[in-house]
Design a protein around this ligand. Sequence first.
Ligand code: PLP
Length: 454
Amino acid sequence: MAEQTKYLLDESELPTHWYNLIPDLPAPPPPPLHPATNEPVGPADLAPLFPMALILQEVSTDSYIEIPEEVRDVYRLWRPSPLYRARRLERALGTPARIYFKYEGVSPAGSHKPNTSVPQAFYNAQEGIRRLTTETGAGQWGTALAFASSLFGIECEVWQVRASYDQKPYRKSMMEVFGGVVHPSPSDLTEAGRKILADDPDSPGSLGIAISEAVEIAAQNDDTRYALGSVLNHVLLHQTVIGEEAITQMAMAGDTPDLVVGCVGGGSNFGGLAFPFLREKLKGNLDCEIRAVEPAACPTLTRGIYTYDFGDTAGMTPLLKMHTLGHDFVPDPIHAGGLRYHGMSPLISHVYELGLMTAEARQQSECFAAGVQFARTEGIVPAPEPTHALASTIDEARRCAETGEEKVILTALCGHGHLDLAAYDKYLAGDVQDFDYPQERIDEALTRLPNPDL
Ligand SMILES: *Cc1c(COP(=O)(O)O)cnc(C)c1O
């Protein structure tokens, strides 16, 4: 009999609920604080930025939240997404390990981001919001939000990090095709942007700066709200459709993972795949390692400190307790634009502090090597971000080839790299540099924490 490589679910098996990990944890994550009072922020503090439905999800202690039928209807355009067994990669590595990957590149934006942009646009439209503002690094989130906004009849304005605005012109085209309006960040449209430009007219920008700009416009306009593509609890919540489907698909394959591994920028694709498996682990149904992989050039979990910091550069957001490299961190220009955020999801940071997961940092050249090997065996060109998880997967599978261990590895292939080919060109030309984030810069950034005593 032919070997099965693809595990597909029927539309009727699309999850009906998102899974909230928080009530299953041994301790709740520390709350966001108001920077002026250092008191926990309440729903009213967040109302200028987010619709109430999302604020309530952000603080929910319900284990399951029903996915609105209008959202499931859009999800059906590409969900349930496929799970594959990477048999050709296994053979190329000569490994007894069994490698599975959950592929989110089949979405309209080519990544996992529409799993949350669609419900976010839906709830905003339901509450009568006319316009959404947001930031985007690599362009994936801006594309996903422009797509979702077009479906629900709202405007979408995107501040794109200058470096990637210049490097990835086709992302801008895609946002515009979906009806989005795109500004390079820093821009002269906001106080926050003008301040940065006054200091450095050639600033390459950063996610933190772009967030400040998008938040500023939303806070100043009644008909406008802000949308965030990662980091926050409600975003990770929406992404759990990935893990819920994968649990069913792994059961179809007759395997249970010994290792669940994903890349982390703000933590949403990783949390989306891992949290339903972590639920099973906490219930004692599964014994597996859950591993996050980040770039050595932006080592938030492995070298950042766990403290309260701003989510943006200008200091307009609530204080979030998270692993951070300092809110004014401007990353080296590595190609995995989606992994260059100075902080980490507070929920992922908390899970890491509880010892429920592991983390490692990898250099971009080994990640591109893994991406190329994956493309040449499995036929999918991965986005630069998930190649971090692939490098970890391939290392693990090689170790198994030496020890004979039949480890089952499940990895998140959270997007394709069709708009990242310029980065692959550079790699193939031998032109990709490795960076270690210098310790002096971490130490220095930590002198500017909003309140080091928290
Ligand atoms: C945005 C993005 C990331 C990083 O964000 P997370 O919230 O950590 O998932 C990773 N990969 C791809 C393809 C992305 O678009």
